[in-house]
Structures are given as structure tokens and as C-alpha cells.
Ligand binder design. Structure first.
Ligand SMILES: *[C@@H]1O[C@H](CO)[C@@H](O)[C@H](O)[C@H]1NC(C)=O
Ligand SMILES: CC(=O)N[C@H]1CO[C@H](CO)[C@@H](O)[C@@H]1O
Length: 508
């Protein structure tokens, strides 16, 4: 791709002497001509221009192209159109042309045309800092900046953070809006190469999300994405941002971009299949027998829907609190996991009548949570409900519910490896289970017993504060840092309270 590269200090143009040394080295190695590919910054233009003049004076055949693929500017300004990630495509095209044996002037002509058919726009969630210095600019937590340069220079617009789809749409609109001075004219039916470039601080996951949005957005406009490149091609140190480059292509240009190179930083562009050829993802059909096996039971089981609805609302309202507790002890997703379960149950409640008997209800809930909840909580609740469903198959009086609770806990302990006192949801559940054994007394009052069980569970959840973690999320953490109750225990106690409230509430 390139024969030589001249690096200056971080974010600074190299000196004339360095550039001249590079030209001489290339020439001594046998090059008949040298093309300088320079990004459009004042310092670079000056230093490379001076080096070019000196090299020519020495008899070297040297040409220069200046790349300004920046699409940020709405009006032509004195310092405009910087060279950005599109320059990498120019390196590739010029290198391939030279490899094919094209002469220096032909390469200059073709490369200049390619440079005119391409635009780049960046967006960033954070500034970058030159090693040893402060950040190049300030950006609030919930802000992003559009149209910045690769040296942390300011962009054209700040906006509030929003989804990748929306950001990508704003970027592409800006790049192609004919009222903007530096736009690229992009008509439906055009073929393009898309480059999704990491500005330094994004993960591949984030980069791929942006790439997916960009492909979808361009295809919606009738643009054919002939090739897509996703990776770190031109970064701005650790800046958490991404740039999009769009280059209009024809077959000849594609051949040049596809030609082999040994440059390790060049990743072979992906050929994006036309959307029609991509197989649409088919949502799996819900299993129909399942529903038929469970006859409608809202009548037989009037309170259950209300109870489950209350549990879901409770878990959704606790999402942030549980996540915060979990951040201190685990990976910060306890609230999200429980909220995911709550939404799955809500959907399920809306979609079909409840199974008619408690055993089937718990089995169905177990299956739902195993399918949808995820995390170790999903597996543990699934185990709990599966085991609890069994005793209820035989009987469903109040005593059977106490036996079910014990069976569920026993299964959780067997597979989960935790015991009461280990700072997990078992602490709440076991405390409640002890109270619920009173249900075995034929004269027991359900609400009265449950009320006591809930209070015990809440006290147990609170007391996990002072426990050393021996299992579960927090056991990887030094106990000195654990000063809050365990989120799993808090969630379990909250579920029990919601059950109580649901049972007390009048059906509407
Ligand atoms: C380079 O930037 C200058 C302004 O600094 C602008 O006048 C010129 O058109 C730009 N060149 C290219 C090739 O974009
Ligand atoms: C000066 C000007 O016309 N700016 C336009 C550039 O494109 C954006 C769309 O992203 C418009 O909102 C601006 O008005």
C-alpha cells in the first residue's frame, strides 16, 4: 500500500527534514517517482510542500495530493475540509495503481478524482488527551460531538446522546445534505464503500452496532454498499468515537480496493450482501400444544393474575435500585435481569389465559424464566419453580405451598451451591420458608402467615449487609467493600411482599 511513512510527534506535522529523508530513502530504494499523500492540515501542507520543493531541486520526481474528505462543515471556512479516515482508502488505491504499473501522473489524476468522491464524518462521546496532558476539550456525560477532527479538534455541533440508529442517521444526513458546503451527492442506486472507523476508544461490539445501523440506513436510501470495512484505521488516541466514510465506487475502483496487499493494518473489505439476499430472521413460533395443554383458568384462579402483575410492577420499579446494589457487589445487572423477567411475564400474561392449576402455573413460569430471564438468577428461579411445582401436583392446599417452598429452596441449594448465611437470595427465601411452615396447621390464616414470612424475609435481606459473601455474585469481592445488602436477597424479599400485596388487593 505504502512504501514509506513519516511520523511527526503526536498530533504534530513532521519536520521538513524528516519528510525529505523519507523521500530520499524511497528514491534510493529504486522508486522512479514519489507521491506524497498528505492530509489537509496547514502544518502538513507547509512541511510536505517545502520537502517536495527541495526533493524536486535534487532531481526527484515528486507529486503531492492533499486529502480533505471532511464532511463536517456547513459553510466553506478558512481552515476547512480536514483529511480524515478516507485517506486510508487513498493509500490503498494509490498503492494498487502503482503496483499495476501506472505512472506517477496517472496515479495523481486518478487519486484526485477518488478523493473528490468521498466524505468522512466523525462523532465522539469523549475527548482524547495527548499523553501527559489534559483532555483536548470537555464533553458532558450525556453529550456527543459531531464532526471533529482526528487530533481532538472541535466539531461542528454538540448534541444529547441518543441511539446508534439515530446518531448514524444524523451523520449520514449531514454528510449528504446538499445545503451543506462539504456534502457528498448520494443518489439512490449509487454504489459505495463504507468505512466504519474506530476513533480509538470503542469496543468491537460498539463498532459493530454502528456498522449495522449504517448499513441499514444506507440501504433504506437505496444505496448499494459494495464493500464495508469495520475496524481501527485512523484513530485519535483513546477517543471514544467513530467515523463513517463513504466513497462512491465503480467496478474499476473496487478492483483496486480489493487487490492484495501485505499491509497488516488493511483488513480485507467485507462484501455486504444486498438486503434482499440476507435471510430474514424468523422468530420462532410459540409452541401451540403448550397452550392447549393448559386450559383457561382465570376463573379457577382469580387472584393469580393480580399477584403476578404486582410482582412484575415491583421488579420493574426496583430495577435501578437493584442495579445500584449489584454494582457495589457484582456486575451491576441484577435489576436489569429481574426487569427482563418481569417484562417477559407481563407479555405472557397479556398473551394468554393462565394455566388452570398451580403446579402447571409454576412449571410454565419456570420455563418462561429459563427461556427469557438469563443470568444465574434465571437459572436459579427456574430450578426453584420447577421443583416447587411438583408437590403442588398432588395437592394444592396451603400446606402444599409450604412444602413447595421447601422443595424449591432445596433444589436451589443443591444446584446453586449456596446455603443460608452465604449472602444470597436464599437468605430471604429460607427465612420466609420457616414462617410458611405454619401453613401446615389446618387453622392457619394465609394472609397472616404470609405477612410474617414477608417481614422475616425483609429482615433477612437487610441482614445480608453484615454477611461475608461465600457464594454468588459477591464472593469474588473482598468483604470490606460489601456494606449494602445483597441485591438478590432484596429482590426475593420484594417478590414475596408483592405476592402478599397482590393477594390482599381486590381484583378489578
Ligand atoms: C484544504 O483546506 C483548505 C482550507 O484550509 C481549503 O481551502 C481547501 O479546499 C482544502 N483542500 C481540500 C483538498 O479539501
Ligand atoms: C448551513 C447548512 O445548510 N447546514 C445544514 C447541514 O446539514 C444539516 C443536516 O444534518 C442541516 O441541519 C443544516 O441546516
Amino acid at each position: 500500500m505504502l512504501t514509506g511513512v513519516v511520523a511527526g510527534p503526536v498530533f504534530t506535522s513532521p519536520a521538513v527534514g524528516s519528510i525529505l529523508a523519507a523521500i530520499r530513502a524511497v528514491r534510493q530504494a529504486g522508486a522512479v517517482g514519489t507521491l506524497l499523500i498528505v492530509k489537509n492540515y496547514t502544518g502538513d501542507r507547509l512541511n510536505f510542500g517545502l520537502a517536495l520543493e527541495q526533493a524536486r531541486a535534487e532531481g526527484a520526481a515528486v507529486e503531492m495530493v492533499i486529502i480533505g474528505d471532511d464532511a463536517a462543515f456547513t459553510t466553506e471556512m478558512k481552515a476547512g475540509r480536514r483529511g480524515l479516515c478516507g485517506t486510508v482508502l487513498i493509500h490503498k488505491v494509490a498503492g494498487a495503481l502503482a503496483e499495476e504499473g501506472a505512472g506517477l501522473n496517472e496515479i495523481v489524476r486518478k487519486v484526485a478524482a477518488v478523493a473528490g468522491a468521498m466524505r468522512t464524518l466523525g462523532v465522539s462521546l469523549s475527548p482524547c488527551s495527548v499523553p501527559g496532558s489534559r483532555p483536548t476539550f470537555q464533553l458532558a456525560e450525556d453529550e456527543l460531538e459531531l464532526g471533529l477532527g482526528i487530533h481532538g479538534e472541535a466539531g461542528v455541533r454538540r448534541m444529547k446522546i441518543t441511539t446508534a440508529d439515530k446518531i448514524v442517521k444524523i451523520m449520514l444526513d449531514h454528510m449528504t445534505n446538499p445545503s451543506n458546503a462539504s456534502h457528498l451527492l448520494l443518489r439512490p442506486g449509487a454504489s459505495v464503500v463504507l468505512v466504519v472507523n474506530n476513533l480509538g476508544g470503542l469496543s468491537y461490539l460498539e463498532l459493530s452496532v454502528v456498522a449495522g445501523s449504517a448499513v441499514a440506513c444506507l440501504e433504506r436510501r437505496g444505496i448499494h454498499i459494495a464493500r464495508a470495512l469495520v475496524g481501527s484505521f485512523m484513530t485519535a488516541l483513546e477517543m471514544a468515537g467513530v467515523s463513517l466514510t463513504i466513497l462512491l465506487v465503480d467496478d474499476e475502483l473496487l478492483n483496486l480496493l480489493d487487490s492484495d496487499t501485505t499491509a497488516i493494518a488493511w483488513s480485507q473489505p467485507a462484501k455486504v450482501p444486498v438486503s434482499g439476499q440476507r435471510r430474514e430472521r424468523v422468530a420462532p413460533k410459540e409452541c401451540p400444544e403448550e397452550e392447549e395443554r393448559f386450559p383457561a383458568g382465570d376463573q379457577a384462579f382469580p387472584k393469580m393474575k393480580l399477584v403476578l402483575g404486582t410482582v412484575c410492577n415491583t421488579l420493574l420499579s426496583l430495577q435501578d435500585k437493584l442495579n445500584a446494589l449489584d454494582r457495589a457487589a457484582g456486575d451491576g445487572d441484577c435489576g436489569s435481569t429481574h426487569a427482563r423477567a418481569a417484562r417477559a411475564i407481563q407479555e405472557w400474561l397479556d398473551a394468554r389465559p393462565l394455566p388452570s392449576d398451580p403446579s402447571r402455573l409454576l412449571s410454565a413460569l419456570a420455563k418462561l424464566l429459563l427461556d427469557k430471564m438469563g443470568g444465574s438468577s434465571g437459572a436459579l428461579y427456574g430450578l426453584f419453580l420447577t421443583a416447587a411445582a411438583k408437590p403442588l401436583k398432588i395437592d394444592n392446599d396451603l400446606a402444599a405451598w409450604s412444602i413447595a417452598m421447601d422443595a424449591g429452596i432445596e433444589a436451589m441449594m443443591r444446584y446453586g451451591g449456596a446455603a443460608p448465611g452465604d449472602r444470597t437470595m436464599l437468605d430471604s427465601l429460607c427465612a420466609a420458608a420457616e414462617e410458611l411452615r405454619a401453613l401446615k396447621n389446618p387453622r392457619a390464616n394465609l394472609l397472616h402467615v404470609l405477612d410474617k414470612a414477608v417481614q422475616r424475609a425483609e429482615a433477612a435481606a437487610e441482614s445480608t449487609k453484615d454477611m461475608k459473601a461465600a457464594a454468588g455474585r459477591a464472593s469474588y469481592i473482598s468483604s470490606a467493600r460489601l456494606v449494602e445488602p445483597d441485591p438478590g436477597a432484596v429482590a426475593a424479599a420484594a417478590i414475596l411482599r408483592a405476592v402478599l400485596e397482590g393477594l390482599k388487593a381486590k381484583p378489578v
